[in-house]
Design a protein around this ligand. Structure first.
Ligand code: HEC
Length: 151
């Protein structure tokens, strides 16, 4: 019996390092990561918007690639709002993000859903679903910025 416990403990110890928590990040590191994700999102969403407005030539391959980049960055945002990463001198993120976590989580989920819809639509040739998903995504950006970002 005792041997079994000892072996179980040993096994648990062997596994423990793999399950160790990710190290706690410094606030500036989180802020830098967050801003780089939004920079990636803005970088790719701008040309998408220009294409949909007819200000830039329609290019299906580019649309697909850029919408993948936006949707990919959108899901990384889950890790980009750690508590304490609201140092006001460096960030435009408003304190409401941490004061109203549910409302912010809803805004983030909506954006992730919308950008994923855009990614999926952009893999196809039909223009209407792309336009609908673009509109939903654009509204998600605007809605979140109005409520949670300083300008
Ligand atoms: C869920 C909320 C939310 C959504 C959705 C959102 N943003 Fe933002 N955005 C923010 C916040 C908060 C900041 C400020 C980040 C900081 O300074 O730490 C920001 C910053 C930015 C920046 C500045 C990045 C930099 O260089 O510092 C750009 C560009 C941007 N967003 C574009 C977009 C675009 C385009 C979309 C939609 C495709 C979008 N955002 C969707 C909340 C959001």
């Amino acid at each position: 019996m005792r041997k079994t416990i000892a072996l179980t403990l040993l096994a648990a110890m062997a596994v423990a390092p793999l399950q160790a928590q990710a190290p706690v990040r410094e606030a500036d590191e989180v802020i830098r990561y967050r801003q780089s994700l939004y920079a990636t999102i803005g970088w790719n969403f701008g040309p998408i918007a220009a294409m949909l407005k007819g200000e830039r030539a329609w290019n299906a391959a580019e649309l697909k690639r850029r919408s993948i980049a936006v949707a990919f960055a959108a899901v990384q945002l889950d890790e980009a709002f750690a508590p304490g990463s609201d140092a006001v001198e460096k960030t435009d993120a408003l304190p409401e993000i941490w004061e109203e976590p549910q409302a912010f989580a809803d805004a983030l989920r909506e954006f992730q859903g919308a950008s994923n819809q855009l990614r999926i639509a952009s893999a196809g040739a039909a223009e209407e679903p792309i336009r609908a998903a673009f509109e939903r995504t654009r509204k998600a950006c605007k809605g979140c910025h109005e409520r949670f970002r300083a300008d």
